[in-house]
Design a protein around this ligand. Structure first.
Ligand code: ADP
Ligand code: TPW
Ligand code: MG
Length: 587
């Protein structure tokens, strides 16, 4: 009997009593997800979860099938970031699981809540390593790469298993959870009523975490005494959806702020207190820094070294839900542990209404540096030349985003990423989705699909040509679901640049170079979408506006000068270079 027949089936009980409704593992998984408000699954079908996807669709869930699990996983992860509910990625066993695992690990690293649900092979055979179909001890492999990992062996435990997975994903610091569901579980049959009773609705899955009053006072005392205060907004602050409170904190305190990449738009980048355009000045000069949902990791030079002032000259207040984040890189003078919403409200309460603005010398120094940097940039952004350089092309996209602030910007690449981050202003919260903490390539199409599905807003994906290649096949997915996604490929024929030459003089091209003159736009046309090739910023702007107006899947191949980029974008300092000069081998 196919699993899909189960709902309608019933069996007479042994004594010939009235027939009882039955349920099974498939239906219990779906019911458990739905009970907890989860209505979308991202995945790739196959043994043993084909029927699970099919039944979920039959039961009214949105099931989005991808061409590769990593992209489905990235979609689930960013759905989690956007909604504060765990995004679900569903895969087959061993290879499908492994394909999804990169996304699960990346989600955990970025503090995005997601659940990777993978079917797995027969435990008895896997554990004796007897060579089952797609044999792999998935639970053990997933465990070190995510926040929590669970396996369910009995249908009656599905409700608890799903509840534990949800709680683990969204409570405290959010992250990725692995849920292992062996093939045999799905077909296990049980009494429908008992099954329904076994489900768990997770009450208050991410409880508020109120900061201690003494910690709030300590933070405010430090902030009050600051001569050159600074607020750094991180993607934890964007995730928290405490937008109004955060804006009130920034505005009432009068303190300048710098947004980390995915926190851009939490307050509009055009806000007078934004010090984004004076970033290097404020990091170096600030005496007290309030970190709001941002870690002092490599993206902030670990809070020390040449990007910062003299050792000891910067004191930190850190607001974070994870207590162990404190002192991870430098001493935190005022740790404030709690959820961002509660912490910001507590800070606002403690500030009262008579908070004095920071010293004007500090604000004026920042304003002057901003002004200088912005005017230096302005001319470059209006260059309408062919071939385009990054600045000219991004200047055109910046105008489009200003006109259409609801558009979600997905962004990956090296130069394409770093320059877009600096140039394209964001105007609304959670509209910029990018490579995150790892700087990983390959998030593009997964993020774009989920952003469109979860929000209904148009998506503009600005992709380096290399970056795009990691998930490019999903343009078929975008066409299949007719999503309002416009992909712009910044085609400079390569990784960082398209001009490198093979140092051996051999006939292979250099390792960073692709086929010259590629036409990525034709990939979209292959699936019924719109393809456009553009050579100037004006053409690019027109093509993007047309795409966003039409809502049709579109890919714009933007021809960028292959010589325009720099190695590793703006993190060249992290890229080791050999200083050894070897003698050429004798011919
Ligand atoms: P960015 O890359 O933008 O600097 P990070 O990912 O490094 O941001 O830091 C995000 C931080 O936000 C993490 O340390 C995480 O624990 C924290 N965080 C996530 N959600 C919340 C929340 N709701 N309340 C408080 N802190 C949060
Ligand atoms: C999963 C290393 C960082 S940036 C990049 C690679 C391969 C591509 C840069 O070229 P692109 O951008 O996209 O054409 P541009 O504008 O500079 O030409 N594998 C993974 N993640 C990373 N970060 C890499 C490799 C990398
Ligand atoms: Mg490139």
């Amino acid at each position: 009997m196919a699993a899909s027949d189960i709902t309608t089936s019933s069996r007479p009980d042994a004594a010939g009593a009235p027939e009882r409704e039955l349920t099974d593992g498939f239906h219990l998984v779906i019911d458990a997800l739905k009970l907890n408000g989860i209505d979308t699954i991202y995945g790739v079908p196959g043994i043993p979860i084909t029927d699970l996807g099919r039944l979920a669709q039959a039961e009214g869930m949105r099931v989005i099938s991808f061409r590769h699990e990593q992209n489905a996983g990235n979609a689930a992860a960013i759905a989690g970031f956007l909604t504060k509910k765990p995004g679900i990625c569903l895969t087959v066993s061993a290879p499908g699981f492994l394909n999804g695992l990169t996304a699960l690990a990346n989600a955990t690293t970025n503090c995005f809540p997601m659940i990777l649900i993978s079917g797995s092979s027969e435990r008895e055979i896997v554990d004796l390593q007897q060579g089952d179909y797609e044999e792999m001890d998935q639970l053990a492999i997933a465990k070190p790469l995510c926040k929590a990992a669970f396996r369910v062996l009995h249908a009656a435990d599905i409700g608890i298993g799903v509840a534990r997975a949800i709680r683990a994903a969204v409570s405290g610091r959010p992250g990725g959870v692995y849920l292992d569901l062996p093939a045999k579980l799905f077909a296990q049959v049980m009494d429908a009523e008992a099954g329904a009773r076994s489900l768990v609705e997770v009450i208050d899955p991410a409880p508020a975490q109120i900061p201690a009053p003494a910690a709030v006072r300590r933070a405010l005392d430090l902030l009050k005494g600051a001569k050159r205060p600074l607020i750094i907004l991180g993607k934890g602050a964007a995730y928290a959806q405490a937008d109004e409170a955060i804006r009130a904190l920034v505005e009432r305190s009068g303190i300048p702020y710098v947004p980390m990449s995915m926190a851009k738009g939490l307050l509009p980048d055009t806000h007078p207190q934004s010090a984004g355009a004076a970033r290097s000045l404020v990091l170096k000069e600030a005496d007290v820094v309030l970190l709001l949902g941002a870690r002092l990791n490599w993206l902030l030079s670990h809070g020390k070294g040449k990007s910062w002032g003299e050792p000891g000259s910067t004191r930190f207040i850190q607001v974070d839900i994870e207590p162990r984040e404190m002192d991870s890189n430098v001493e935190i003078a005022a740790p404030l542990v709690g959820d961002i919403g509660s912490c910001v409200e507590a800070l606002l309460d403690g500030m009262g209404s008579g908070w004095a603005a920071p010293p004007s010398a500090w604000l004026e120094a920042i304003a002057a540096r901003k002004e200088a940097n912005l005017s230096k940039m302005a001319g470059k952004l209006r260059k309408n030349a062919a071939p385009m350089d990054f600045h000219g092309a991004l200047g055109a996209l910046r105008d489009v985003m200003a006109e259409r602030p609801e558009t979600i910007l997905v962004n990956e690449g090296a130069n394409t990423l770093d320059l877009a981050r600096g140039i394209i202003d964001m105007h609304r919260p959670r509209k910029r989705l990018d490579v995150g903490t790892w700087g990983v390539m390959g998030i593009g199409m997964g993020f774009a699909v989920a952003a469109a599905i979860e929000t209904g807003h148009p998506v503009l994906a600005v992709e380096g040509d290399s970056a795009f290649g990691f998930s490019g096949m999903e343009v078929e997915t975008i066409c299949r679901y007719q999503l309002p996604v416009c992909v712009v490929v910044f085609n400079n024929n390569g990784i960082y640049r398209g001009t490198d030459v093979n140092p051996s003089g051999g006939s292979d091209v250099a390792t960073t170079v692709f086929v010259a003159g590629s036409r990525y736009d034709r990939m979209m046309e292959a699936f019924g979408g719109v393809g456009v090739n553009v050579t100037t910023p004006d053409e690019l702007g027109r093509a993007v506006r047309a795409a966003l107006d039409s809502g049709r899947p579109t890919l714009i191949n933007a021809e960028i000068d292959p010589a325009a980029g720099t190695e590793s974008g703006n993190i060249g300092s992290l890229n080791p270079q050999s200083s050894v000069q070897r003698k050429k081998p004798a011919a």
